[in-house]
Design a protein around this ligand. Structure first.
Ligand code: PLP
Ligand code: ZN
Length: 430
C-alpha cells in the first residue's frame, strides 16, 4: 500500500482512498475505519496531538500544541488503593502540559477534522453541538482560519467562547433543543459547499479521540487492563477500542484489549439500559423514558445524546462486547462528590462529565470489579475551566443568525447563510 492510509468498510470489506468519505459507497450500515500503512506506531517529534500523526487521517499538521497528557496518579490512587493508575487529561492544566484551552477532549476531534477536510475534501464544515464540540471547533477555526458553521440551541450559546478571536465562525442559534439544532444543521448542509462534520462516522474524529489510548499506553509502556470514560455518543469509547486494536497489532504493548468501563449520568442512561438488557437496539420507551425531562436533570449535559452509534456495526455495542466491558449509571450526587475528591487529590477542577467517569472508577473499586494489581487508564475528558478563566482571555462567539425551532430553511434565513458563505469565499481567495 503506497498511501499513508485507506478507508475500510467492515460491512462489505471494501478498501478505498479517502475523499472525506463518511459512509460506505455501497451503502453498508457500518462505521468506516482507517487502515494505516504503518502497523507500528512511529512517534513524530511534534507537540500535542500531531505526535501521533502517523495514525491520524491527515498528511500534514497544524501549528497547534494541544494534546492529551498522561501522568501517574498519586493522590487519587492512594485514596482508592489503586497503585497503578494512569490519568490521561484533556483540558487546560499548564503545570502538566495540558494546553486544550477550551477544556475538553473535543479538541482532539476538531484539529484532525479541520485538516482532513482541507486535504481530502473541500468546503465549509457544519457542526451541531450542545456545547463542548461547538466550542472546540470555534477554537480550531480561530487558530487556523478554517471557516465553520456551528448550530446550537440558544440556551447553549453562552458555552461558545474561544481564547483568541474567531472571525471565521458562523454561529446560528436555534430557539429549541439539541434535536432542533441537528435538524437545522442538516438543512444548512443542503447548500453546496457546506459539509457535515459527520459525528461518529468521521474517522478523523475517532482517530483524534483515540490518541488518549495511544498517549496513556505510550506513557505507561503497556496497554491498560481497564479503561474508564463517561460517554454521551460513545464515539470516544469506539475510538479507544480501535486505538487499542492497533496497539495490539503493533505488538509492543500487550496482546489483550483493555476492558471498557463506560458511564452515563442518571436519570438519562440509554446505553446502560440497553447493555444490561443485552440489546443491540436502544428502545426509546424503555431505555430513555421521558427523555426530555431526564435530560434536563443530569449534571453532565454532554452525556445526553439520544442517537448514539450504539448498534451500528463497529459501534459502541461492538466495542463493549469485544472487550467484555461494563456500564455504570451514576447519580448527580455521586458525580459531584467524585469531582470534589478528584479536585482535592489531584488539584484541578473537572468537567461534570469527567466527574461521572471518576465516580464510576470509585464504584468499580467498591464493588471489587477491578483490583489493585490492575493497570488502569482513567480518561479525564475535560477540566481546568477555573485555571483557564484565571489565565486566558475569553471571547464570546456572537450569533450571526437566530432562528426559531422548525424555521424553514428558505427566504432570508437561507440568503443570510449564503451571503456569509460568499464573504468567506472572497476572504479565502483574497
Ligand atoms: C463529549 C464529551 C464526553 C462524551 O464523549 P462521547 O464521545 O460523546 O461519548 C465526555 N466528556 C466530555 C468532557 C465531553 O465533552
Ligand atoms: Zn460497505
Amino acid at each position: 500500500m503506497r498511501e499513508k492510509y485507506l478507508l475500510h468498510c467492515p460491512g462489505c470489506g471494501r478498501l478505498f482512498p479517502d475523499r472525506y468519505t463518511l459512509d460506505c459507497p455501497s451503502g453498508c450500515d457500518a462505521l468506516l475505519r482507517t487502515v494505516y500503512r504503518e502497523r507500528r506506531l512511529i512517534l513524530q517529534d511534534l507537540p500535542g496531538i500531531f505526535r501521533y500523526a502517523s495514525w491520524l487521517p491527515v498528511e500534514g499538521r497544524l501549528r497547534i500544541d494541544a494534546g492529551p497528557v498522561s501522568y501517574t496518579s498519586v493522590g487519587l490512587a492512594r485514596e482508592l488503593g489503586l497503585p497503578d493508575l494512569t490519568i490521561t487529561f484533556s483540558g487546560y492544566w499548564p503545570e502538566r502540559g495540558g494546553r486544550m484551552e477550551t477544556c475538553s477532549f473535543k479538541e482532539l476531534e476538531a484539529q484532525p477534522t479541520v485538516l482532513r477536510l482541507r486535504e481530502k475534501g473541500a468546503g465549509v464544515l457544519q457542526i451541531s453541538s450542545a456545547g463542548n464540540t461547538g466550542r472546540a471547533f470555534c477554537q480550531a477555526s480561530a487558530l487556523t482560519g478554517a471557516p465553520v458553521v456551528v448550530v446550537v440551541p440558544a440556551s447553549a450559546a453562552d458555552r461558545l467562547w474561544t481564547t483568541v478571536p474567531s472571525p471565521n465562525v458562523c454561529l446560528v442559534t436555534v430557539d429549541g433543543d439539541y434535536s432542533d439544532s441537528i435538524a437545522f444543521g442538516r438543512e444548512v448542509c443542503s447548500l453546496p459547499g457546506i459539509v457535515p462534520e459527520g459525528g461518529a462516522k468521521n474517522v478523523a474524529r475517532r482517530d483524534g479521540m483515540g490518541t488518549v489510548m495511544l498517549d496513556g499506553t505510550l506513557f505507561a509502556g503497556r496497554l491498560p487492563d481497564a479503561y474508564f470514560q463517561a460517554v454521551g455518543s460513545g464515539t470516544g469509547a469506539i475510538a479507544a477500542w480501535e486505538a487499542a486494536e492497533r496497539l495490539v497489532a503493533d505488538g509492543r504493548f500487550g496482546t489483550r484489549l483493555p476492558t471498557l468501563h463506560l458511564s452515563q449520568n442518571l436519570p438519562f442512561v440509554p446505553m446502560v439500559r440497553a447493555w444490561e438488557a443485552g440489546r443491540r437496539e436502544i428502545v426509546p420507551e424503555g431505555d430513555m423514558p421521558e427523555a426530555e425531562a431526564s435530560i434536563a436533570r443530569v449534571s453532565a449535559g454532554v452525556l445526553t445524546n439520544r442517537h448514539p452509534p450504539w448498534g451500528v456495526r463497529g459501534g459502541v455495542y461492538d466495542a463493549l462486547a469485544a472487550s467484555g466491558g461494563r456500564m455504570y449509571a451514576i447519580s448527580n450526587d455521586d458525580a459531584r462528590s467524585a469531582g470534589r475528591l478528584f479536585t482535592e487529590t489531584e488539584e484541578i477542577d473537572l468537567d461534570p462529565a469527567a466527574a461521572v467517569a471518576v465516580a464510576s472508577l470509585i464504584r468499580a473499586v467498591e464493588e471489587g470489579l477491578i483490583g489493585p494489581d490492575e493497570h488502569i487508564l482513567l480518561n479525564v475528558t475535560g477540566g481546568g475551566y477555573e485555571r483557564a478563566a484565571e489565565d486566558l482571555d475569553r471571547y464570546p462567539v456572537e450569533p450571526y443568525l437566530r432562528v426559531r425551532a422548525n424555521e424553514a430553511f428558505a427566504g432570508n434565513v437561507r440568503d443570510d447563510i449564503v451571503s456569509w458563505l460568499t464573504k468567506q469565499g472572497a476572504a479565502i481567495r483574497a
